[in-house]
Structures are given as C-alpha cells and as structure tokens.
Design a protein around this ligand. Structure first.
Ligand SMILES: [Zn+2]
Length: 304
C-alpha cells in the first residue's frame, strides 16, 4: 500500500504543478509534503480507517488513548484543543461516545460527523438502543471508509481523486480480510461457535461469521460485573459446555478471571474490541487486530 500511495502522491503533485494556477501556489507548496489537512476522531480504530482514506494528504489524531475504552472516556484539556484545531471531528455514533455533548460544547465551530451512518444496526440485548460496535464487522468498515471518503471529498475537493484511490486500496484490504476470516473460522464446529467475553461486543462479528456471542455485561457504559451478571455467565458457560473464554484489552480482566476460576474454563487469549493494539503488539492496525482476534478465536474454539 505504501508504494502505491507514494506513487499516487507524486502523481497528484505533478498534476497540481502542471495546472500552474497561481492562486493555488500556497496549496501546491503544502501538498509537496502533505496538504496540511488535520482531522480528529474519537478512538484509535476509526483513526485507522480515516488514515486509510487520507493517506499522505493529511493527519488524523484520536482522543481515547489505546488501552482505554471509548464509552465512558473523560476528555482532557488537550482534547478540546485538538478538536477545535481540526477541520472535522469524526465519531462512531450509535451512542458510543457518551461524552460527546460535553466535548462539543467547548470545541467551537468544528463540524461533527458520524461514520456509522448507513450500517444495519444490531440492538443491545436487554437495554434500549443499538449496539455501537459495528466496526467489528469488516463489511461495516467499508461503509465507514465510504463515509470518510464522501465527507473528505466534499471538504477538500482538490484532493478527491487521491482520497478515492486511497479508499479503494483500503477497502480492497478490508475485503481480503473478510475473505481470510471466512476461511479461518470455517472449520470451527457448530457447537463451539460461541464467543464469551466481558463486554458483549462481538455481535456484528458474530452475525458476519456465524457465532453466538455473550458477555458478562452488555455494554461498558452500563453496569459492569455485578454478582448477578457473573453468576448468569457462569451458568451459561456450564450449561453450554463453552470451550474457551476470551478477554478484551480494554477491560478489567478480573471479572472474566473469576468466571474462569469458577468454571475451570480457560481464557484462550486477549482480543481487541474498543482499541487497536499498542506499538509492538502486532495489532496496531484494524486489519491486524481483526486477524489477531480471529486467530485467538480459532485457537480457543477449534477442537477443544
Ligand atoms: Zn465497547
């Protein structure tokens, strides 16, 4: 992807230079490095999608640090500044960013745009509203990328060709990921196709790749890890003879450890739901985090 992007970047500079329009001189100078576009988003996974479309034409920054979850985040003073300084603030929407109102009351004129527009919502279980974790289905990431492309192209029409090329490359990678996941999970026996984690965040993934899902709790912004919730999941794990449990990188692992200790069912590994991986984790991008999750599921659920 790097090479393609670089070639396209050169091409775009060459085209702009060839136009030789004086009033665009300042912009031409900027686009030799990048176009100086700066956008912000709520959390790291969305930043990966936006970066895929933006490429070398600009920079994207996110607010919620890797390792923290985006539901109940408390914006810090530098967040308000970042968002104020950016051309647009991209959210997930679907009620994910519970702190959005508080943020945008103090960020001036920066427009706010939800990237999940157009996805088929899956409702929360036992609570009102949609489950916000639509990004865990690659088909939805394609919609997110299309939304980024449409919005950036409207805001920065001079760069719309390069955005379109970038988006095409990114979406191609997402399609390949989708195919790869299908192949990987194919051999998991029917009775083992259930993903049990702390927060029941894998519904969209489950819908796409034929898994049931369950969590100790439904969503991080609700009640987390009450004894009633823990007892209910312990019953489920025993009744259904669940082969393995999984734990997210962005939750307190003690709850699922309690379930594991009580039932004797192993925690097969860590999975990424609400953030990409830290530097050096091997899951720093959306594609890599989804590959990692899938490998962990296959290890935990295949022939246990
Ligand atoms: Zn979550």
């Amino acid at each position: 992807m790097g090479k393609v992007k670089l070639m396209l970047a050169f091409l775009s500079v060459a085209l702009l230079a060839a136009c030789g329009n004086d009033q665009n001189n300042e912009e031409n100078a900027a686009s030799e490095n990048d176009a100086g576009i700066f956008v912000t988003t709520s959390f790291s996974i969305l930043a990966d999608v936006i970066d895929g479309v933006l490429g070398d034409s600009g920079e994207v920054d996110y607010l919620v640090p890797i390792g923290e979850e985006p539901h109940e985040y408390e914006p810090v003073p530098s967040d308000f500044r970042k968002v104020s300084d950016s051309s647009v603030f991209y959210t997930n929407g679907l009620g994910l960013e519970e702190w959005l109102e508080r943020l945008i009351e103090n960020t001036g004129e920066t427009p706010v745009k939800s990237l999940s527009e157009g996805v088929t919502e899956i409702p929360l279980e036992g609570e009102s509203g949609a489950d916000p974790h639509a990004w865990l289905d690659p088909a939805n990431i394609e919609i997110y990328a299309e939304n980024v492309l449409a919005d950036l192209s409207e805001r920065f029409p001079d760069h719309k060709e390069i955005f379109a090329e970038n988006a095409e490359t990114y979406i191609q990678e997402i399609n390949e990921l989708d195919e790869w996941i299908k192949e990987q999970v194919e051999g998991i026996p029917e009775e083992n196709r259930i993903i049990v984690v702390s927060e029941n965040a894998f519904k969209y993934y489950g819908e796409a790749y034929d898994f049931e899902t369950a969590g100790i709790w439904e969503i991080n912004s609700g009640e987390e890890g009450t004894s009633g919730q823990i007892n209910a999941i312990i019953d489920l794990v025993r009744d259904r003879d669940i082969p393995s449990l999984f734990v997210e990188t962005t939750v307190d692992s003690r709850y699922i450890e309690t379930v594991s200790e009580d039932t004797g069912v192993n925690i097969a590994g860590e999975v990424y739901t609400d953030a990409v991986g830290m530097d050096g984790s091997g899951a720093e991008t959306y594609v890599d985090m989804m590959r990692h999750n899938t490998e962990v599921f296959v290890d935990g659920l295949m022939n246990q």
